[in-house]
Design a protein around this ligand. Sequence first.
Ligand code: MSP
Length: 545
Amino acid sequence: MTLHQPAVYITTPIYYINDRPHIGHLYTSVMADILARYYRMTGAEVVLATGTDEHGAKVAQAAQAKNQTPQMYVDDMVVHFQQLVEKANVQFDDFIRTTQERHHRCATALWDKLVKSNAIYKGHYAGWYAVRDEAYYDESDLIDTPQGRCAPTGAPVEWLQEDCYFFKLSEWQQPLIEYYRHNPDVIGPQHRMNEVVSFIERGLHDFAVSRTHVSWGIPVPNCPDQVMYVWIDALANYLTVLGYPDEESQKFQKFWPNCLHLLGKDILRFHAIYWPALLMAVGLPLPKRLFAHGWWMNEGQKMSKSIGNVIDPFMLIDTYGVDPVRYFLARHVRFGHDGDFQVRLVEQTYDSELVNGIGNLAHRVLTFVQSQYHGVVPCMHPDLVDDATAAILMWGHKNMQRMGNCMANQDIFGYVDTLMQGVATANGYISDQAPWRLLKQTDSESARGKADNVVSVLLVFLRDLATYIWPVMPQTAEKLWGMLGFTTPLSQWAQPGGGLMAEALDQKTMATESWLRQTLDVGMCLPVPAPLFPKRVVDETLNPR
Ligand code: MSP
C-alpha cells in the first residue's frame, strides 16, 4: 500500500461464531482499526469491515449442543462480537453477518459467475474433513491414522463421501505463480510469500465447494440439496460489503482495487490461494495486499478451551482499560510475529511506557506550564534555539514519512516504536535542559528565553504525539489534545480530504501543513491537566512478586 491512498478498504477475517470472542479476534480487529484510523488521519476515505462467519457444520453443531436452531444461536452469539468491537473502540464501517440477505445475494451471484465461467464441475468427494477447521485435508496431512487428526492444527478429521461441486483450482496453479512472481509485495510479511509460492509449486488440486450433509449454509443455485462450502461463503463477504454483484457501483470501483485483507497465519492458504483463484475465475481484480499476523500464546502455552487458558478480551479491557490494551497488542510484538501474552508484561508495559513514558512527559510539561506560566503558552525566541531544541521542534515533521512508511507496510510495531523513541528523547531533553533551573536564574534574560523555548517545543511535541498516537490510543490522544487547549476533537480531522496530515504528506514542507492550522497559540491559556494514565494500585497480597 502507498502512503497517499485516496481510498482504502481494510478487512478483518469474519469470525466463527461457535464460541465467545477471544484475544485473537480482538487482536485483528484492533490492528485493522489502527491502520484504518491512520489512513483516515491522512485524509483517505476508508471502509473498515469486520463481521461474523455464521454458516457451516461447526456452527450447526454448536447450536445443536445448545438445543437451539442455528438462526437463534447465531442471533444470540453475534451480540458478543458486536459488543467486543464497540468495547475495543474499533471504528468499523460495516459489520457483516453471512446470514444477511445481502450476503446471500452476493455469494449466489459469485457462484453463478463461477458456473458461467466454467470454473465449477460436479464430482464425487471422498476424503478427510475437519469440522473444527472447516477444511479438507490430504492423507499426507494426517497424524494418529487411521481415525486421526490433521497435523497442521490437530483438529479431529472424519471421512466424508459425497456428491458435490468442485472448483478447478488446478487450472490456476500457473497463473497464481505468475501473479505472485510479478507482484512480490502482495503478501506480507515477506517470508509468508515464500511459503505460499512453494505451497502452490507443490501442486494444486481441485477442491470441493459444496456440501451435501450440511444444511446450514447458502443453498447452491439450482441444487437445493447442497449448500456452499463455508469458506466460499465466507470469502465472498469481502465482496458483499462493497455491494457486489453491483460491480459498477462507485463504492465497488473505488474500494475494491485498494483492498487490504488482514488475517491470521493459519488462514493464509484460503486467502492467498483459494481467494485469488476464485477472483481470477470470475475476472475480478485481486486484493492489493494480504497481511498475515502471528498467533498469541498465553504464558508460553497454546490457548485452548480444554486447558482453560483462553484470554477473555472483555476482562482484559475491564482490567487495564481499552487504550492500554490496544497499546500492548500493538507494541508487544512486531505485527506478523507470534506473541506470548503475559500479565506481567502487560503491567510492565503499562508502568514503564504509558505511566512513566507518555504520561510522565505530558505531566511534566503541562504542570510546569501551570505552575510557572499560569497555564499560558509562552512565545518562542528564535535567536535562542539550539540544536537539541530544534530537534524536538522538528521531530514530528522529520518522522512523518518514516512513520507513514511503517503504516504502508503494516509495521504497526515500527510506528509505535518510532513514536516511543521520540517520547524518550523528549523526556531526556526536559531533564537535560532543566527549565526549572533556567527559571531560577532570575538575572538572566536569555535563561528565561531558553526556558520559554523548552516549554514551547515540548508543547509542539505533545501536539504531534497526540496526533500520531490517536490511531493506537484514541481516547488518550483526545484527552491530551484537549489538555493542549484544542477544542475541535482529533477525530474530526480524520475525515476524507480533511486529514490532519494530508497536505503535510503531499507538500513535505512544514509551512504548508494543514495540521499547523492547529497550532498552539502563544498566549493561549491551557486547562489544568489530569494524569493520562493513573498509577496502578498494586495489592501485594493479591499480586505477589
Ligand atoms: N471464519 C474464519 C475466517 C473467514 S475469513 C473469510 C475463521 N474464523 S476464526 O474465528 O477461527 O478465526 C479468526 C481469526 O482469529 C483468524 O485470523 C485467526 O488467525 C485468529 N486467531 C485465532 N486464534 C488466535 C490467536 N491465539 N492469536 C492470534 N490470532 C488468532 O478462521
